[in-house]
Each structure stands twice: as structure tokens, then as C-alpha cells.
Design a protein around this ligand. Structure first.
Ligand SMILES: NC(=O)c1ccc[n+]([C@@H]2O[C@H](COP(=O)([O-])OP(=O)(O)OC[C@H]3O[C@@H](n4cnc5c(N)ncnc54)[C@H](OP(=O)(O)O)[C@@H]3O)[C@@H](O)[C@H]2O)c1
Length: 270
């Protein structure tokens, strides 16, 4: 490989939190490899960052719902780039009754939130381990701190990411790599999430952070080798409630909250 420069890989980089991560890292002079679904304007975003911050930006469009695409992408990265940072950001969620959810909906959450980050990390790990220091940031969610009816698979998938990150960090603790996990609360990243946050009222607005705030604080703490990243006192308070109250009560309250949200959505759609 002739290219000896080091790069940060960011998945889901064309919008939302992924785009904010890309901008934040470019501003600190990091070269980037950005990945997103095709047709999301990724090359335009990459071009802007290149011009504004003078870093190298490589863009790759693919659909991580297909395992073969993940392998093609990681082969391309390993053949052409030295990777010092991997941000596993791409992920999907939502609220839905399990009995009404389609098989495809459930599979997509598992594929994008669990299978894809694990395979990406597994394939890029030898590259990251070649660097003297390297960092992995896996994006979980505050929702991972309790199971929830009417969301079911999403919080469970983010809980998986938390446990996976902790276990892998312990396994690799004598190497130059740090594996961190960030637990964002609500962010207005797309219309569906924004509409949902509006319905949370004052509570939603209290724990709300912008993707830019989450990206900047997460990167700062990742580079300080902080492994579990909970941002801001409202999220820390929420974490305290979720983990210190009896789990059965937290589960019931969280489930009722999501159920009421779905009922309101159905009433408004009529
Ligand atoms: N928004 C919130 O309130 C919130 C709260 C807690 C945690 N999170 C987590 O933060 C992360 C980013 O969420 P977000 O709200 O910024 O994202 P978003 O706007 O909902 O978009 C989902 C992300 O996943 C990517 N993606 C979706 N399907 C894909 C596929 N088949 N192949 C490859 N990439 C795909 C998208 O990439 P493209 O760039 O290609 O569109 C996009 O970056 C997720 O892991 C999410 O679970 C979000």
C-alpha cells in the first residue's frame, strides 16, 4: 500500500449524527472514509469537507443490509487505507408493536444495528491493530438501559452493542486500541425522530441534544479513552433512574410511555 496517511471510517455519514461525526473529525484534521446508502449526496458532503478543512475524504456508497456489501467495503478499505478510527454509527430504530412489525422491518434492525457493526469491526480490526494507537466508537442509545415493549428489538440491539463493546475492550486491553460506546439520548436527526421528540414535551426537550453536540463531546471523550460515554446531566439522571430503580417498574413505565406514543400516532393518522 502506497498511502501511508491515516483515516477515520464513519458509517451512515450522509446525514444526522454520522454527518456531524464527519465534520467534527475533519475539523481536527483527520482524513475520512465516509460510507452511506447510495443516492444520499455523500460525494457532495465529502467534497465540502475536503475544501473546508484540507483533509482527504474517500466516499463509498453501499447498502449494509447485504452482507456481501460489507465484505466488499472492508476489503476495499484494507487494500487502500490505514485506519486509526472506526465509528460504527449507522443504525435504525422506531416504535412498533411486535405483532404488527413485518419480518423485513425486524431483520433490518438486527442487520444494521448488530450484524453490520460486528462484521465491519471484525474485518477492519487487523488494520486498526497495526496502528500504534487506534479507537473504535460504537453508537448505542439511552434506550439500551431498559427493555421496552413496543420497541423490543431496538433497545435489545443497542444493549448488544454495549455488551459487545465492553467484552471486546477487555479482550484487547493490552493492545493499542480503545473500544468506546456512546449512549445518545434524543436528537432531531430526521423527521420521524423529530416528530416523536415533539410529543415527549418538556421531558423530550430537556434531554434533547443536537447531533453536533453529541459528535463533538463523544469524540473528545473517545480520544481520552473513556469507554462508556453518557452525555450531559439530564442523560446521566435518566441513566441513574433506569439503572437504580427496580427493573420491573422501569420496564412497565417505559412500555406504557411508548404504547401511549403509538396510540397518539394512530389517532392523529385517522
Ligand atoms: N436520533 C436519535 O434520537 C438517536 C438516539 C439514540 C441513538 N441514535 C443512534 O445514532 C445513530 C445515528 O442515528 P441518526 O438518527 O443520526 O440516523 P438517521 O438519520 O435515522 O439515519 C440512520 C443512519 O443509518 C444509515 N443507514 C440506514 N440504512 C442503511 C443501510 N441499509 N446501509 C448503510 N447505512 C444505512 C443511514 O446512512 P445514510 O447516511 O446512508 O442515510 C443513517 O446514517 C444510530 O445508530 C441510531 O440508532 C439515534
Amino acid at each position: 500500500m502506497t498511502n501511508t496517511a491515516k483515516y477515520a471510517v464513519i458509517t451512515g455519514a450522509s446525514k444526522g449524527l454520522g454527518k456531524a461525526f464527519a465534520r467534527e473529525l475533519a475539523a481536527t484534521g483527520k482524513n475520512l472514509i465516509l460510507v452511506s446508502l447510495p443516492g444520499e449526496g455523500l460525494n457532495g458532503i465529502g467534497g465540502e469537507l475536503k475544501t473546508e478543512f484540507g483533509v482527504d475524504v474517500a466516499c463509498y456508497e453501499t447498502d449494509f443490509n447485504v452482507d456481501e456489501n460489507i465484505l466488499k467495503f472492508t476489503d476495499w478499505v484494507n487494500e487502500n487505507f490505514q485506519v486509526e478510527i472506526l465509528i460504527n454509527n449507522a443504525g435504525i430504530g422506531g416504535s412498533k408493536s411486535f405483532t404488527e412489525a413485518s419480518n423485513q422491518y425486524l431483520r433490518q434492525i438486527i442487520q444494521l444495528n448488530i450484524t453490520s457493526p460486528v462484521i465491519l469491526l471484525h474485518k477492519l480490526l487487523p488494520n486498526l491493530l497495526k496502528q500504534e494507537r487506534s479507537w473504535i466508537l460504537n453508537v448505542a442509545s439511552m434506550a439500551s438501559f431498559s427493555p421496552m415493549g413496543f420497541k423490543t428489538v431496538y433497545p435489545a440491539s443497542k444493549r448488544f452493542i454495549h455488551h459487545f463493546s465492553r467484552g471486546l475492550h477487555e479482550e484487547l486491553k493490552n493492545t493499542g486500541i480503545t473500544i468506546s460506546c456512546v449512549f445518545p439520548g434524543p436528537m432531531r436527526t430526521n423527521t420521524t425522530v423529530s416528530n416523536r421528540i415533539e410529543k415527549y414535551g418538556i421531558w423530550g426537550r430537556l434531554i434533547l441534544m443536537t447531533p453536533e453536540q453529541v459528535a463533538s463531546k463523544s469524540i473528545r471523550r473517545m480520544l481520552k479513552n473513556d469507554r462508556n460515554i453518557i452525555l450531559g446531566w439530564p442523560n446521566k439522571f435518566y441513566w441513574f433512574m433506569m439503572t437504580k430503580f427496580p427493573p420491573g417498574i422501569v420496564l412497565q413505565v417505559a412500555t406504557r410511555f411508548v404504547k401511549n406514543e403509538l396510540i397518539r400516532e394512530k389517532q392523529q393518522a385517522k
